[in-house]
Design a protein around this ligand. Sequence first.
Ligand SMILES: [Zn+2]
Ligand SMILES: [Zn+2]
Length: 211
Amino acid sequence: MMKVIETPISPFLQNAPIAFCEETRESIFIDPGDEIERLIDASSSNFLKPKYICLTHGHIDHAGAALKLSKALNLPIIGPHFDDKFLLDTLEIQGTMYGIQAKVFSPSQWLKDNDSINFGNESLRVSHCPGHTPGHVIFINDKSKIIIAGDVIFQGSIGRTDLPLGNHQDLINSIKKHVLTLEDDYLIYSGHGNVTNIGHERSTNPFLVDA
Ligand SMILES: [Zn+2]
Ligand SMILES: [Zn+2]
């Protein structure tokens, strides 16, 4: 099965998840926004074997330390979708606004809808979910019923859409198409805040009541 370790990092308390295959300990870092020492510690204390760094979107609190981590552990960076290139290209500027030191980079691979990311005996399915940012992707493990949702959906809320190229209707459509079509017992690991599940959000999330 796939398991997830979450470490809250950066001034935004962003949950940087590490997803790993329980049998082989192969793992991926997701959204290393800051504080790579804590992420490397979490990885080594769980005896993990990191394979990739995967990004849900190009905001500083999710992508800010990807290049540093990639260089430290010699790992390729995968994602987000090409439509977030404008955000990765401005990481340094985003960083100076929030006190995070970041350098501009290009990932080894952009992601698109229905791609898959494989590690150990596990696989994550990629769904392109524009709205919070145009190139936002989420990662889904159907076997373990786990969604790594970035800033698409939170417990009781959804991603903000007042940032550059955000679009509220796109975000609602993405959630309807890629999240609410899954079964109620899928766990949602969000970019900020608590773990939740689809059933709970379907029935209580004020942004989704008429979705
Ligand atoms: Zn964001
Ligand atoms: Zn965020």
